[in-house]
Ligand binder design. Sequence first.
Ligand code: MLT
Length: 302
Amino acid sequence: MYNYATLDHIAKIGTDLFSTDYRRVEEVERADAILVRSSKMHEMAFSDQLLAIARAGAGVNNIPLDRCAQEGIVVFNTPGANANAVKELVIAGMLLASRDIVGGIDWVKANAADPDIGKAAEKVKKQFAGRELTGKKLGVIGLGAIGQRVANTALHLGMNVLGYDPYISVGAAWNLSRNVQHVSNVEEIYRNCDYITLHVPALDSTKGMISKAAVQQMKEGAVILNFARDLLVNEEALLNGIDAGRIRAYVTDFANPTVAGAQGVIVTPHLGASTAEAEDNCAIMAVEEIRNYIENGNIINS
Ligand code: MLT
């Protein structure tokens, strides 16, 4: 009999997949396996018998990887399981930064009681004018599961897509349309793209990559989208770019105080993976990984 603990709300569907050989416990300290979504685990005490932690998501920065490596605890993630959900929010973010949808909706709400609202709307619409995605250049930095989907969907919207990924896998290359233009230098993306979207993990090599120097190279009117990790972006540098009129908008899924109320920033509260489908996919994959490891010794996605 194995004990497993669940943190956050990922476990609803996942726990149903465990067999009767597994018992759910409330205390992490008694678990042989842990399912986690966003809880920070660095300070948590683990049991001596802990075998595996499965993160229901792509990033594993809430898990103490060094401690797990030292103690022989296998850490899994669920690559691709929430990729459609994130992709769709990235596309929505591009649209929100291009058309004043929110401004327009707010105006209608504020004027809902006006019996002549239809006429007033015709007069006011000029102030909500936007620009189209069609024909614009999108730069995708990181061509993993999410980056590939964003790139392919953007092509369908009529955008020209540049991709940068020095570590692109054969599988990723296979999944990408041949119409994605690969560049070997990230600066080409900074210099040429109207929209730049980040799909890389937060590593020492990527933290702060959207720096003051990067912003200064960007095309006038560029929109930066960050649904990956907040640490990738020097937020001050980006806000300065917005104030200087160089950057049109920063769209981010990370509600840090620096950007939360700032002009030119569109912020959502880490909603990228928050769809029913993505949550189910991640929970199922996480449970399968743990079972496969505990029962068969197979390690997939660790
Ligand atoms: C991820 O790393 O895939 C996301 O952070 C998942 C989530 O929203 O929990």
